[in-house]
Design a binder for this molecule. Structure first.
Ligand code: FES
Length: 102
């Protein structure tokens, strides 16, 4: 069974950045892009575990701060020619509040 967990207000996430939420011992990065869309994925790059939350967001992608791999925020997949996939989570925005599906 899944439920929606209140994470924070939208303005508590830096635009083009992320905020880390701890869930069951796992770090989840909640991103905000330039159009105020929100995305969530495990804060671990599929390459060598870099903290994606510290990457730069552009459009619907984040660039890993360690070696520059680009990850799609929609599905967590590395953009070709890179390979790999980070686990994503459903998020929704309601009245300026961000909810994460757990
Ligand atoms: S750990 Fe992310 S690109 Fe290497």
């Amino acid at each position: 069974m899944s439920e929606w967990l209140k994470v924070c207000r939208l303005d508590e996430i830096p635009r083009l950045g992320a905020r880390v939420v701890k869930l069951g011992g796992e770090d989840i990065a909640v991103f905000r892009n330039g159009e105020d869309r929100v995305f969530a994925m495990r804060d671990k790059c599929p390459h060598k575990g870099g903290p994606l939350s510290q990457g730069i967001v552009a459009g619907n992608q984040v660039t890993c701060p360690l070696h520059g791999m680009n990850i799609c925020l929609n599905d967590g997949k590395a953009i070709a020619p890179d390979e790999g996939c980070a686990r994503t989570y459903a998020v929704r925005l309601e009245n300026n509040t961000v909810f994460l599906q757990v």
